[in-house]
Design a protein around this ligand. Sequence first.
Ligand code: ADP
Ligand code: G6P
Length: 766
Amino acid sequence: MTGMQDLTGGRELVMVSNRLPVDRVVAADGTTSWRTSPGGLVTAVEPIVEQLGCVWVGWAGSEDEHIEPFEIGRMRLEPVELSHDDVERYYEGFSNGTLWPLYHDVIAPPEYHRHWWDRYVKVNRRFAERVAETAAQGAVAWIHDYQLQLVPAMLRELRPDLTIGFFLHIPFPPRGLFEQLPWRRSIIQGLLGADVIGFQRVPDAISFRTIAERYTHTQALGNTMVLPATPDAPGRTVLAQEFPISIDAAAFAEVARRPETQQRAREIRAELGDPKTVMLGVDRLDYTKGIRHRLKAFDELLADDEIDASNIVLVQVASPSREQVDAYRQLRNEVELTVGRLNGERGTIGHSPLVYLHRGYSREEMVALYLAADVLLVTPLRDGMNLVAKEYVACREDEQGVLVLSEFAGAADELKDALLVNPHDIEGLKAAFLRATHMPQEEQRRRMQGMRRAVHDNDVEHWASAFLGSMTSISETRATAQANGTAEGATGPVSLVPQAFVPRSVGDRLRRIATASSLLVATDFDGTIAPIVPRPQDARMLPRARQALEMLSAAPGVRVALLTGRSLGGLADTGTGSEGWIVSGSHGSELTGFDVSGVVGTNGSGEPTDEESDRLDRITRRFERVLGSEPGVRLERKPFGVAVHTREVADPEYGRELLAAAVEFGVAEGLHVREGKQVREFSVRASDKGTVLQTIREALPPGPVLFIGDDVTDEDAFAVLGPDDLGIKVGEGETAATGRVPDPAAVAAVLARLVELRTGIVIGSD
Ligand code: ADP
Ligand code: G6P
């Protein structure tokens, strides 16, 4: 991983999870060693903290054993001791016998026992106390997963100076299931102790916010939960939204590129008897992973001779997991029975169609397996994300291989080019397996390219930056607010953005788009976020609008675009623009902050061709001769045209006549003419804000668009908006926009509201 800048603003990072990234293993001869802990949590989180450095509080995996803090690389590990009883009641009991099945669609029946719950509370308190003792002043504490849902509130009580984040690696259940839990209110209150709560998928976050509103005195404003002040605590906000986790894709690709890994992949195929097709499954041996369904489909295909048993191998790697929990023991027995039966019935002396491996492997061996596999089967009945799917894609630089992926895994949101399946539908599974084994190389390539883009665009660095970035900006806003004695953190209830400026109709629709995982916020400049002034070079963005746009641009999943009729040079004169913004000038003829290759209406470089330049020179000379000496008329040369301004012509009627004459000339010359308020633009190249807005949105991940503008030229942009987008017209006049606000100050209020809905951060009025 490269370039993990300091994401915690110089503060100490404390990771908190049930398991430390390493387990202590005691061999038969009594010697001890450390090995990487199982599961996706550690795979994802470890590469980040190796870069950032951290304190990690967690359990070392052994019972009744006191272990002193120790260091590995840049991590200081702080082991929390669990007794035999703790393991039985808190870990195997409430965590894995109650919460795990409840949160995974009750695939196995959850059990509710009061003594399990009591121990869960006790152990959560132990973790919170340990973090409270360990963390430096003002540190960032990041708590992970379902085993520790009470820790955020417990920790806040002990250490209000900390910034607290919580990420749930598994699904959050729908309300109908969550309500079964006798301790539902305590869990929600525990989680609401955090400043940021992250989920894997959009429906998880929605479900949490709905349940939190029902069971606590909180109100959801978009992604933000607003907690009222109580006699003991000030009001505050909590950001609860999706942050889909990922992997260190570059690290997997690096291992895949090594000649020795590729050699090992060839050896694996040879050891399997060089069959035509190698299928692979890699899972913890967990009933959520759909292993039974997968084996059933495979068995039926063999039984019906739809695949040739002598020419195919399914390698099922199933790592041992939670073996003291009944449901896991049962699953293991069942799977092992099926393996024996299937090979007994379908195999031959020299060949077993199913290879079952019940053990852990090194990263190198896993990658070699991914390279050896023609098809990867990921068929969970429910899974928070499933990192195995992303690992396979990251390793396949050859752009070959087929991923069969359950639509009930979080990864299906991003890996849309996989063969998506419903694992409950055995016929559907069989059809997908067959299709995978026969997929032409070209189709494999096309699908793999799409999936690889998705995995590289959202790797674990991106995930960690988004999550820690949200935590940091919340704590900074809180510090400023406390220093000023305003907004969040003050003693009264949380003050919300003044409502007066945001009409209800706009507010309701803003709320709808605010929670989209990907959002484009595009706005015109003059008359929209900058009040009209007599001299164009004096126009300035309203400070509140600028602040809001900057915060939106920094928020995960949001892009900000400025679409102006001004030339980019003219816009620069006003000091406008910011890092990370897309800026389009001259009505779409110019574009920066964006990969312009292939952009319609520009030649990519934003430069006119020689022919266009000559034509433009001729036209400019003509305008200068005819209009240049008229008092109050200003001619503005743009990269692709000339604008005639009459705002300063003393007699408005005379100004209109001059513009009419200019238009007559422009039309006769075949120029593209654009009308604005007391300005006409003549361009040698066809482009408009609608075209450029379309171009920008097509290049970004799908999601709604907010566009705000005041002028006639902004109508082209309103015209391309769809039913899920929001167009806001500023001021009077006919429009295709569905919302309207009176002036730029109201636009600033709308943008500030959007910031609040998206991030929970309140921006005061100017
Ligand atoms: P979960 O977190 O539920 O276990 P994921 O698919 O998200 O599921 O993550 C599993 C992680 O464990 C992946 O990084 C995968 O490579 C790793 N893994 C799974 N089985 C094995 C195994 N037998 N040996 C080594 N690593 C494994
Ligand atoms: C999943 C969970 C993790 C857990 C891991 C291994 O990834 O989300 O919290 O650590 O499985 O399970 P185990 O019970 O062995 O820690």
